[in-house]
Design a protein around this ligand. Structure first.
Ligand SMILES: Nc1ncnc2c1ncn2[C@@H]1O[C@H](COP(=O)(O)OP(=O)(O)O)[C@@H](O)[C@H]1O
Ligand SMILES: [Mg+2]
Length: 378
């Protein structure tokens, strides 16, 4: 599946713009602040129903307006044309349309058009704490499993209720659990078990793909590993529940005092090791970036296999930052995928990486104030 066309109205700084993409490599280039990232953001919005930058959809509306519109045309695996739209009105919120049908629940959009999005902001995933790594794998799993996404959302809901109840117990100065806490535990356990099981299997699979790509791209023979260290584990549901309950029984007083759960999938850790050492403790910036880009390639492979659908690769401002030899290998890999859209401020940067910008296989889009197309008003 790949995107052929996008039409934006009042999205970020883009008043009205229409762009055409081809399969294979697409390059959007233009000066800083012209709207390159915003275009990828609009595609991302259709796939994840939200921005990767702003929590508020209002931020995406061109200043001084009260709506934005994203209309896009895709080709599916059977070469059928598909229209996907996302509209937002400040007073009414957002609405999505997939192939002519209005989507009832926004979360249904996630995973329909899988994407692998990469930008310099992602580098926090390798250098930051476990939370960023959990969010990363949660997003990946959400694209490939509807059940995972539903479980994750339900888990947030029940965790909140459980935490609110812990607060009530704290006010009552009741530092032991009661029946109501058990009710929450029984509700949350099957969700945690399924989240744990899926994280466990995806990270194992991810690790295998990552290792082999790392070996292929980085010539040094370094031992690399991505490892899951769950807060609670178990061979089966009963064992998992038993382990959770034991932890809770021993620590309920602490949970009540702090008004929050202290065990469970929110406390899982995912560790990245390079040569037996934690990556965040010693890797250089360049090594972090390389690692993150290889993660993105691994992610793409997993999505393609699990969904039987190639994701599209959106790489924002990545290549000017990586060193040349690594950049070459990464861009070569994504150029051979079904579709990649990359942005750059300067076309020369990509030429320096061996991209033949004169080739008819590469679609070049130059974004500028007075654009060629009559419909474009930036
Ligand atoms: N809601 C908005 N309305 C108008 N302009 C905006 C809005 N949000 C962001 N911008 C501006 O849009 C411009 C385009 O940003 P961006 O897409 O990041 O450009 P690029 O990636 O080409 O450097 C920035 O100058 C930013 O300040
Ligand atoms: Mg940008």
């Amino acid at each position: 599946m790949y995107i052929e066309k996008i039409h934006l109205k009042q999205f970020r700084n883009l008043k009205k713009i229409e762009l055409y993409f081809t399969n294979g490599l697409n390059i959007i280039y233009g000066e800083n602040g012209i709207g390159k990232t915003s275009i990828l953001e609009a595609i991302y919005f259709l796939c994840f129903t939200r921005s990767f930058k702003s929590k508020q959809d209002n931020d995406l509306v061109k200043r001084g307006n009260n709506y934005f519109q994203i209309a896009s045309q895709w080709k599916d695996n059977y070469d059928k044309t598909l229209v996907i739209k996302g509209n937002f009105l400040k007073s009414k919120g957002k609405k999505f349309f997939y192939d002519g049908t209005e989507i009832k629940k926004n979360s249904e959009m996630i995973g329909k058009t899988p994407i692998v999005f990469q930008s310099p902001e992602n580098y926090i995933i390798t250098s930051g704490g476990s939370k960023f790594k959990r969010i990363y794998f949660d997003k990946l799993l959400s694209q490939i499993s509807k059940e995972y996404l539903t479980d994750l959302l339900d888990h947030v809901k029940i965790s909140k209720q459980r935490n609110a109840y812990l607060k009530i117990l704290a006010k009552r100065k009741q530092f032991y659990s009661d029946n109501q806490i058990d009710v929450y535990n029984e509700q949350i356990l099957p969700l945690m078990w399924r989240i744990y099981s899926k994280r466990n299997s995806i990270i194992k699979e991810f690790n295998i793909k990552f290792k082999s790509l790392f070996k292929e791209i980085v010539s040094e023979s370094l031992e690399v590993k991505i490892e899951y260290n769950p807060s609670i584990s178990g061979e089966n549901f009963d064992q998992f529940s038993e382990n959770y309950k034991t932890k809770i029984d021993d620590n309920i007083g602490k949970e009540i005092a702090l008004h929050r759960s202290l065990y469970g999938v929110n406390y899982d850790r995912i560790n990245f090791y390079r040569d037996g050492k934690l990556l965040e403790n010693f890797a250089s910036q360049g090594e972090h970036k390389l690692w993150m880009n290889i993660m993105k390639l691994s992610e793409g492979k997993i999505i393609a296999e699990r969904k039987n659908k190639e994701p599209i690769y959106l790489f924002d401002d990545v290549f000017a930052e990586l060193d040349v030899s690594n950049s070459k290998k990464i861009i070569e890999k994504i150029s051979n995928k079904q579709q990649a859209i990359v942005t750059a401020t300067d076309l020369n940067d990509l030429q320096a990486l061996g991209v033949n910008t004169d080739s008819s296989d590469v679609n070049i889009i130059h974004l500028k104030q007075e654009t060629e197309g009559k419909t474009n008003e930036i």
